[in-house]
Design a protein around this ligand. Sequence first.
Ligand SMILES: [Zn+2]
Length: 381
Amino acid sequence: MKRFSAQYLIDGDGTLLKRPVVTTDNDGTIISVADTGGSLSEMASLTFCNGIIVPGFVNSHCHLELSHFRGKIERGTGLMRFIKSIRALRNNPASSGGGREAAVRHDAAMASEGVVACADISNGTDSFNVKAESGIEYITMTEVFGPDPQEASVIFAEAVKTASLAEEAGMRSYLTPHSLYTLSRQLLDTIKDYRNSREGGVTSLHFLESDQEREMMQLADDGRYRGSHLSGVMNHITGRGNLILVHNTFAGRDEIRALNSFRSDIYWCICPLSNLYISDTLPPVELMMSEGCSILVGSDSLASNDRLSILDELKCLQERFPWLKLTDTIPWATLNGAKALAVDSRYGTFKPGKRPGLLAIEGADLGELRLTGRSRVRRLI
Ligand SMILES: [Zn+2]
C-alpha cells in the first residue's frame, strides 16, 4: 500500500482538495482519497509533494508513427503546404527510415511525462509493435483518405486489413476518416456504413484546422466530398460511438452550437502547439468553453511539435489564455479524454478501483492554481 499527499489535488472532474491523502495498492489501484480539509497529520509511509497531484494524462490526438519527422518541416507554412511536406517525406526513402527507433523513444518520453492512454492515428502498421508493448494504452485510429471515388473500395479494403492487424497486435482500433476535405463522399459513406454495422467505438476527424477547408469543400470538383462541415458531420460520419473533432482552430459559434445540439457525444480536441507550428493560430478556447464543449487536449505529431507532452500543451494554453485555471484544464487532459476514448472505467479520476496513474505538477503558482514557465510533471505511479 502507498500513500501520497500534496499541497493540492485536482481530480479529473475538476474537484479541488487541499492536502488530501490518496491511498493506492502497490499496483496503483486507488483505494481511497481522504479529504483532510487541509489539516494533514503525520502519517507513516506518506510521500508528500510540494505541488499538485493529478490523475494520469490522456493524449487525445497523436501520430506516433510520424515521430521521425521531428524538425523536418518548416514552421508557419500553413496547413496545405504542411500536408504536402508530410507526403513528400513519406514518399522519400531517404527520410522515411528510423521510424521505429523514434517511436520507441517518444513513446517512452510520453509515458514518463504522465500519459496513460492515447488516441493515436495510424496510416500504416509501422508503430503497432511499439504501441502494443507500451505502458500507455493506445487506441489506434486507422486513418483513411482518398479523394478519388474510383479508388474508394480498394482504399477501404486496405484500411480494414490495417485495422485488423492493430487488433491482432492487441489494440482497440477503429476506421476513421482523415478529414472531410481529403475523402470522396463514396469513401466517407463506405466508412460510415461499416462503422454503423459495428458496436460503439470512436471516430476521430481532423476538423477546421484551416480556414481554406471551407472554400475547398464548397468548390471541390475532383471527386472529393463537396458540402459544408456541418452537413459532412451530420450526414457522412457514423453516429455510433463517440466523435472526436480534432483542432477546431477555425470553428465558429454557429458550427459549434449546431454540432453540440446535433449529438451529445462530440468531443472537441485542441492541439495548441501544433496549431502554432503550422499556422500560428490558436483555437477559440473561450468560445468553446462558453458553448459548454467537452474539450480534450492532444499533442498531434512531432512533424508539427517539438515534444509529445500534454503538460507543454497546457503550459502553452496557460501562456496564451492567462485567465485559465488548472481546475479548468486538468479535466480536458484527463477525464474528458478518458470518456471520449471510453476508458473512463480505468482512467481519468481517482475513483476507488481505477488505476489512473498519479502525477505531481511542481513549479505551479499554488496561490492562483496556474501553470508557470517553470512547471514540470513528475510521474509518481
Ligand atoms: Zn493530426
